[in-house]
Ligand binder design. Structure first.
Ligand SMILES: C[S@@+](CC[C@H](N)C(=O)[O-])C[C@H]1O[C@@H](n2cnc3c(N)ncnc32)[C@H](O)[C@@H]1O
Length: 345
């Protein structure tokens, strides 16, 4: 019923009458309510800001590297002409099935399953021209976290999987059964910023000698027992789950490779738009864009004018954060930050 109300509303107000302003706001409210009500859905973060920054030419060729449930994809397509093109990528087979179900008949859309680190291979396979824009909306989607069987959530008991790509790689359970205690501690500290990583790693190794750790709640119990104090703001498993997830999916490595590959695939004037959700991701994005925008690092006191320095990109505006209004309707957006760079050479 909510969906039909939404469709009628969107068609009736925006499609037929084309009324903007209040109607847009109302549509967004209906939209957000609709999306937060279904476990299979995902509310896109910084949607309008991202798409406005990305789509500079309605006839251009774009890549949405993180399809998820297609929130950004739908908004990009709404701004493209019949000549525009969009490649969507996701590691997650459920996300790719969603894209196929929605967009197989749209001639503007191409779909690839795999890591966005392989953007160049996918763009070549679909014979795309140099790109007008690339979007990365990092992290995991709401359906991934909401579905207990994916193993991403410490709230829900399920198999300890945590793979974004269900078709390959080690699950978190497999890794925890065989990894060295020092490696587990290092992953928790480096990718989870967990200061009790060593204690938790010890707990894992002791527990696995008794029985395999196969479920999220078994791991939560080990973490609970190892962390020596109560933080009323954060569940004690938050950091460890983040760290293991980042490691299992090689998230930071994929980001580094994909930033360079995306820049390479862009046409001059094309834009790279990246939304991050925690400081480890944002640090990589910020450094990548800032270093290229600064240009060649030359020895001090070299007699060279600023205009002679070679810069590959320019930064477009400052980093963008969600408004209070967006955070009020979508709490997940609260830690997001978006950066935009434009290719100069
Ligand atoms: C935050 S969600 C994107 C949500 C999407 N923008 C939307 O509006 O529905 C991130 C998505 O990126 C995917 N993903 C994360 N890392 C990836 C990678 N290295 N390669 C391809 N997809 C990845 C995840 O599987 C997830 O579906």
């Amino acid at each position: 019923m909510l969906e039909s109300a939404r469709i009628a509303f969107v068609n009736g107000v925006n499609g037929v009458n084309g009324v903007n302003g209040v109607a847009d706001v109302l549509e967004r409210i209906v939209d957000e309510r609709y999306y937060t009500l279904t476990a299979e859905s995902h509310v896109p973060v910084l949607r309008d800001e991202a798409v406005t920054a990305l789509v500079t030419d309605p006839d251009g060729c774009y890549v949405d590297c993180t399809y998820g449930r297609g929130g950004h994809t739908a908004a990009i397509l709404a701004r493209l002409s019949a000549r525009g093109r969009l490649l969507v990528i996701d590691k997650d087979t459920t996300a790719v099935s969603d894209a196929r179900q929605k967009y197989t008949t749209d001639p503007r859309v191409a779909i690839s399953h795999g890591s966005f680190a392989e953007i160049a291979r996918f763009a070549a396979a679909h014979e795309l021209p140099p790109l007008t824009g690339v979007l990365l909306d990092l992290g995991i989607s709401s359906p991934q976290i909401n579905q207990a069987e994916r193993g991403f959530s410490f709230d829900k008991n399920g198999p300890l999987d945590m793979r974004m790509d269900q078709t390959q790689g080690q699950t978190a359970a497999e890794w925890l059964m065989t990894a060295d205690e020092e490696d587990i501690a290092r992953v928790l500290k480096t990718f989870g910023e967990e200061r009790f990583g060593k204690r938790i790693a010890r707990g894992v190794v002791e527990a696995r000698q008794v029985a395999p750790i196969t479920t999220t709640h078994q791991l939560v119990a080990i973490i609970d027992a190892a962390v020596p104090y109560v933080d009323f703001h954060k569940h004690p498993a938050t950091r460890s789950f983040q760290g293991i997830r980042i490691f299992i999916n090689n998230e930071l490595g994929d980001i580094e490779v994909s930033l360079a590959a995306s820049l390479q695939a862009l046409a001059v004037g094309g834009r790279l738009v990246v939304i991050s959700f925690h400081s480890l991701e944002d640090r990589i994005v910020k450094r990548f864009m800032r270093d290229l925008a600064k240009g060649d690092k030359l020895p001090d006191r070299l007699p060279i004018r600023d205009s002679e320095i070679i810069r590959t990109v320019k930064l477009v505006g400052k980093a963008i954060k969600p408004t209070d209004a967006e955070i009020a309707v979508n709490r997940r957006s609260r830690s997001s930050i978006m950066r935009i760079a434009e290719k100069l050479l």
